[in-house]
Design a protein. Structure first.
Length: 191
């Protein structure tokens, strides 16, 4: 089977062919801003719902806003952390082929790193954002324990659907499902 020709600029930017990474040729497409937005939408909705839960669960009006703002800042810092600490090791760095769009953002903030370390860096740094899935549940659960409110319970239910069903489904089918590095990705290996 003959390998398709590659554009020299494309190969130069990526620095290694996809076939060398995952063992088979996978045509890669470039994502539009709209498609990247779709991939990031569940994370954004999860962040908004989490902030609302933190605000609704707090009794003190000052802590409502401090807690909600803190959650949003942590969510944004988590995404930035992934961009800075994981994306420079990805072969999609500095391309429009990253479904979430982090690859071309990372190129403006960090130099390319050794792509053979991607799996190691991914495993090390992804746990930085894991608390985002549990902080609203803990804070919201405590709020419900202190005073049951249907509004808070509804937001917690919505958060659970978005963060534990929709976000992983969108990632698996749309974002990670189209990623040419999925065979080398620790997260997709568990799916």
């Amino acid at each position: 089977m003959q390998e398709p020709e590659t554009n020299s600029v494309e190969t130069e930017r990526r620095q290694e062919p996809v076939q060398g990474i995952c063992g088979k040729y996978r045509p890669e497409k470039e994502y539009t801003w709209r498609q990247e937005g779709l991939d990031n939408l569940p994370y954004l909705v999860m962040t908004v719902l989490g902030a609302v839960i933190v605000a609704l669960a707090a009794e003190n009006p000052v802590w409502k806003w401090i807690g909600a703002a803190g959650y949003v800042v942590y969510s944004a810092a988590g995404a930035l952390g992934i961009i800075l600490l994981v994306c420079p090791y990805c072969h999609l760095y500095d391309t429009r082929r990253c479904p979430c769009g982090y690859g071309h953002i990372a190129a403006r903030l960090q130099q390319r790193k050794d792509t053979s370390l991607f799996k190691q860096k991914f495993k090390r740094h992804i746990p930085l954002i894991v608390p985002l899935w549990f902080i609203p549940l803990l804070v919201g659960g405590l709020g419900l324990y202190l005073e049951f409110r249907w509004l808070l319970a509804g937001f917690i239910g919505g958060f659970m659907v978005v963060s534990f069903v929709i976000l992983p489904l969108v990632a698996k089918i749309y974002g990670c499902g189209h990623c040419s590095q999925k065979e080398n990705c620790p997260w997709m290996k568990t799916r």
